[in-house]
Design a protein around this ligand. Structure first.
Ligand code: ADP
Length: 545
């Protein structure tokens, strides 16, 4: 090879400078093959890079041919199996020297003839112990005997080319990363600002991650609320085969593990720099998820605030309606009774007075419920338990409801033995009166209401059964919620559907029963109608009868 040691060093230094520059990889490699030819006196020099699949060689830089030819040449990757010199270098990691290209069994004769090759030196491009390509030095005009120094020089050049490739990849990654982060941030911002689909946003992130490292697919899975399993929120590409290479990142938030980001590749394993890059995606995916959660909880809070406002407004209008109706009745009866001079027949007066009594009772229950609901939510709510015999409690509650029942039959079924519990008599009476009152209110007037009490394995059960419409399956639990009324959901006219009410009665019942350590539930009778049952611990027989 030509050139003295100082020139040799100068050219190598130049190659190193080019390799370290931030020029496009193509340009850098072109310069390297050009300088390599100048340094070593080779007629043709070229760089081949192994593709990700490890099966093909990409012609990447060529010195010594027409630019038009070179451009064409770059478009045709070669199968590694067809390129025996490169294959040997890649497999062994050692240089290959071909003294006589025409005679050597490893060369492709048509190519040798086409290019007029005489002697060839191939050295590996190594990066962190992996051979990532090959550097060719071809002598065309005459045969050449490569010396140990030639080989060392070629290896030094190949080393610089590998560095250039590394730099370019890092640089390219950095640039793509910056682009993509910008894109994903923009999307995250848009998604969060508009409250848009977080799932869609995460899908986009997976898509970007997949594209960035050329993976075959990826997914983000989130942990179920009970933390027992995961569910996919975003998935891109075909599901991985059993042999696929996978990388997996835990997405950890402040509250612990949120989920995982996984990518898979069918062809080649992920490289260290790709993993690093993906790790940054994982960080962004995590913050997107955290933002989304925060956003969702803010949304929910706002929703709750709105709902509370709505409820408040509906509630006020319902209260005034509920108070006005019995008052209007009372005033109507009273006006008639007082109207001079004509005295009413005694039968009629009696009905009017009963009507007044009935309306006053409704008012009283309404006010009791309102006060109870208030008290239940304050610290003033206490249970004053005393030994209480349930059969007499039931009889009293039924008696107090007789007026409301009017013509309707109130059936009572009680055992012969006393049923004792520890309870607050006023509160338990209120529960029973609410349940009986509801049965009277919601079941058709001609149907009977049955109240029964019994002892069941150390507990006392009281049930109130009617032959009314029952409770829709989906509302069985909700009827015990404060303000909940069947068919009154939303802002549409609750007053148009059947009897009116405040949706407080059952809420109060449940709170009271639970404060007594008992339970209350509803089940619809198989023959139709609802059955409300409450259950309290029986207090022992030591209680005096
Ligand atoms: P209110 O009767 O004031 O609406 P409640 O809390 O007592 O409030 O009842 C809640 C809802 O449960 C009622 O609006 C009604 O839709 C339903 N409900 C209660 N009792 C019965 C019953 N016996 N039959 C049918 N529906 C009932």
């Amino acid at each position: 090879m030509s050139g003295g040691p100082s020139r040799h060093d100068a050219v190598l230094a130049e190659i190193a400078r080019v390799a370290g520059s931030s020029l496009e990889l193509d340009v850098v490699l072109d310069r390297i093959v050009d300088r390599a030819a100048a340094l070593t006196g080779a007629d043709r020099t070229s760089i081949w890079l192994l593709e990700r699949d490890g099966q093909r060689l990409q012609p990447s830089a060529l010195y010594g041919m027409e630019p038009a030819f070179t451009a064409e040449w770059k478009l045709r990757p070669l199968a590694l199996d067809d390129e025996r010199l490169s294959r040997q270098v890649i497999e062994t990691g050692a240089p290959v020297v071909v003294e006589d290209a025409l005679a050597d069994p490893r060369t492709d004769k048509s190519s040798v003839q086409f290019f007029g090759d005489r002697s060839i030196l191939v050295v590996p491009l190594e990066r962190r112990g992996d051979v990532i390509g090959t550097l060719f030095m071809n002598h065309v005009r005459r045969a050449y005997r490569f010396t140990a120094e030639d080989i060392a020089t070629a290896e030094a050049i190949a080393g610089q080319a590998a560095i250039a490739i590394d730099n370019a990849r890092l640089y390219g990654f950095a640039r793509r990363l910056a682009d993509q982060l910008q894109r994903s941030f923009r999307h995250a911002g848009e998604a969060l600002a508009s409250g848009a689909d977080v799932r869609r946003h995460l899908e986009l992130m997976v898509q970007l991650a997949v594209e960035t490292v050329g993976a075959d697919g990826g997914s983000i899975e989130l942990l179920e609320a009970d933390r027992r399993g995961t569910y996919a929120v975003a998935r891109v590409g075909e599901p991985p085969s059993a042999e696929a290479f996978r990388v997996h990142f835990d997405l950890r938030g402040e509250s612990g593990l949120l989920g995982t980001l996984e990518l898979w590749s069918e062809g080649a394993p992920f490289e260290a720099d790709e993993r690093e890059l993906l790790a940054t995606f994982a960080v962004h995916a995590r913050s997107a998820i955290e933002h989304a959660r925060l956003y969702a909880s803010l949304q929910a809070e706002r929703e709750r605030a709105h709902a509370a406002e709505r409820t408040q407004a509906e509630f006020s209008s319902m209260i005034s309606h509920e108070l006005r109706t019995p008052l209007a009745l009372i005033r109507g009866y009273v006006a008639t009774l007082l109207r001079p001079p004509m005295p009413l027949p005694p039968e009629k007066s009696r009905r009017f007075v009963e009507g007044i009594d009935n309306a006053a009772l409704r008012l009283q229950r309404l006010i009791d419920n309102l006060l109870s609901a208030n008290r239940l939510e304050s610290d003033m709510f206490t249970v004053n338990p005393a030994p209480l015999e349930v059969r007499s409690l039931v009889r009293r509650a039924v008696g107090a409801s007789a007026l409301l029942a009017g013509e309707r039959q109130l059936e009572v079924s009680l055992p012969d033995l006393e049923l004792w519990v520890l309870g607050d008599p006023d509160q338990l009476a209120q529960v029973l009166e609410n349940l009986i009152g509801n049965a009277i209110k919601y079941a058709p007037p001609e149907t009977a209401v049955s109240v029964a009490a019994q002892a069941v394995e150390g507990r006392v059960r009281v049930s109130v059964k009617d032959r009314g419409p029952g409770i829709p399956q989906e509302a069985l639990e909700r009827v015990f919620e404060k303000f909940y009324r069947v068919g009154a959901a939303g802002a549409d006219g609750y007053a148009d559907r059947g009897p009116t009410g405040l949706g407080l009665g059952l809420y109060i019942c449940r709170r009271i029963i639970e404060a007594h350590g008992g339970r209350i539930w509803e089940e619809n009778a198989s023959e139709g109608g609802s059955v409300f049952t409450l259950e309290l611990s029986a207090s022992g027989s030591e209680i005096p009868a």
